[in-house]
Design a protein around this ligand. Structure first.
Ligand SMILES: *Cc1c(COP(=O)(O)O)cnc(C)c1O
Length: 457
């Protein structure tokens, strides 16, 4: 019988995270202070982040040891299996070999606990009592709530209002872990009140929810902020995925030609791909193709601009040089597939600018078609986000059928889709429509990048 599942013994789980910074072809543009437009120093960020995370944010060493307390909680679900999607290969009648990492087996159902656990830990040892954060559909909020209750921290979650109303079970899931969940925009913060004054029916956005969380965290010494993607230290924590995958691909006697992952803020993509990109950058694996997949409704890499922009709506965060649709971007509430953040991790944006990685964008209907095929063949219901990657995998596998090439494709299944049955219901009852960001709308949002900020770039 053909071997299709590759399990790594816990004793072989990597002991360090991989930091790509020293291996990048150049220097990442520094984040700038939102007021002075000068590079931010650690002292500016110490109000909302613990020192150990700031050190990691700016670290130049290649490997950073994973603390025992973090490893101990990783063991709840890690190492995650590497699986060969033989039934999908067979259905597609392709000579391509398809492998994936199943991050949906983690607590809260996605890769996000890979970073929520160390973030809660480093805040705990810094003496912090409470973490405040934002969440879109609830995945990051539940991952952080899980980690906070483990380390005895309080957790306050600002949840994008449209999701708060449409997805009450996600809210209950976070409350189960002891978190307080507030619909954003809320009246609790200046940022929230300002949005509500302009538009009392605002559906909210990740950018607005981040503003609320950052504002509150900056006000109290015992309270910090936690972000689920984008920042260097978050990408760093996710590299546990790709490092495990590297060992498991060796166990499978396979070597990837193409690596694919979906991108929202870019952290599961980075986690899977960075350990392999190390070999591409060193020349050991020059021909490796690495593809980031995003929704056509939020095409940050494929259509956004590479410029300094805020990470949040109100302009409280440092300015980061990244691919962005503009911090005033309001994602369409009808879009079912997630991945709705206006910006992109600076490291991912930089690698894209350097031509080290490429990007593809797909409409949600084609994405859900891919999800359905994956569920039917492999028996796993994928998260709509992860299904963007699956869409791309299927297209590349079909291209192999045409060309007769037997490429090895590795992708990250970032999460399972059991929380998204509402979206699947819309799909099966034919309620899902094509959803592509129109060019004129894109132009309007890009105007939210004021002149002064592009000067800084
Ligand atoms: C949050 C999430 C994403 C997008 O975030 P990244 O930072 O781009 O990884 C993708 N897939 C799932 C399942 C998620 O929960």
């Amino acid at each position: 019988m053909q071997r299709t599942r590759f399990y790594l013994d816990a004793s072989r789980m990597p002991r360090s995270w991989y930091n790509i910074a020293p291996d990048l072809p150049g220097q990442l543009p520094a984040p700038l202070h939102p007021g002075t437009k000068q590079p931010v120093g650690p002292e500016d960020l110490m109000r909302i982040f613990p020192i150990e995370l700031l050190k990691q944010e700016m670290a130049t060493e290649r490997f950073i040891e994973i603390p025992d307390e973090v490893r101990d909680l990783y063991y709840v679900s890690r190492p995650t299996p590497l699986i060969r999607a033989v039934k999908l290969e067979k259905y597609l009648d392709t000579p391509a070999k398809i492998y994936f990492k199943h991050e949906g087996l983690n607590p809260a159902g996605s890769h996000k606990t890979n970073t929520s656990i160390p973030q809660a830990y480093y805040n705990k040892i810094a003496g912090i009592k409470k973490l405040v954060t934002e969440t879109g559909a609830g995945q990051w909020g539940s991952a952080l709530s899980f980690a906070c209750q483990h380390f005895g921290l309080e957790c306050e979650v600002y949840m994008v209002k449209v999701s708060y109303n449409q997805k009450p079970y996600r809210r209950s899931f976070m409350q189960l872990f002891g978190a307080e969940v507030i619909a954003s925009p809320s009246v609790r913060t200046m940022a929230g009140r300002r949005v509500l004054e302009e538009n009392p029916d605002s559906p909210g956005s990740l950018g607005i929810a981040i503003s609320e969380a950052v504002e509150l965290a900056a006000q109290r010494d015992d309270t910090n902020y936690a972000l689920g993607s984008v920042l260097n230290h978050v990408l760093l924590h996710q590299t546990i995925i790709g490092q495990e995958a590297k060992i498991q691909m060796e166990m499978a006697e396979a070597d990837p030609d193409i690596i694919i992952a979906c991108v929202g803020g870019g952290c599961n993509f980075s986690g899977m791909s960075f350990p392999f990109i190390q070999d591409k950058l060193s020349g050991k694996k020059k021909d490796l193709q690495v593809i980031a997949v995003e929704p056509a409704s939020c095409p940050t890499l494929t259509k956004g601009t590479y410029a300094y922009d805020f990470g949040d709506e109100a302009g409280l965060t440092p300015l980061m040089k990244m691919h962005t649709l503009g911090h005033k971007f309001l994602p369409p509430s009808i879009h079912a597939g997630g991945l709705r953040y206006h910006g992109m991790a600076p490291m991912v944006s930089y690698l894209y600018e350097q031509g080290v990685i490429s990007a593809e964008a797909y409409d949600q209907v084609k994405v859900f078609d891919a999800a359905a095929l994956f569920a039917k063949t492999e028996g796993i219901l994928p998260a709509p986000e992860s299904s963007h990657a699956i869409r791309s995998v299927i297209n590349h596998a079909l291209a192999c059928r045409e060309s007769g090439e037997s490429k090895t494709i590795l992708f990250n299944l970032s999460g399972h889709g059991f929380f998204d049955l509402g979206a699947y219901d819309a799909y099966v009852s034919k309620g899902l429509k094509e959803n592509i960001l129109p060019d004129d709308e894109l132009k309007t949002y890009l105007k939210s990048l004021p002149e002064v900020y592009s000067e800084a770039s």
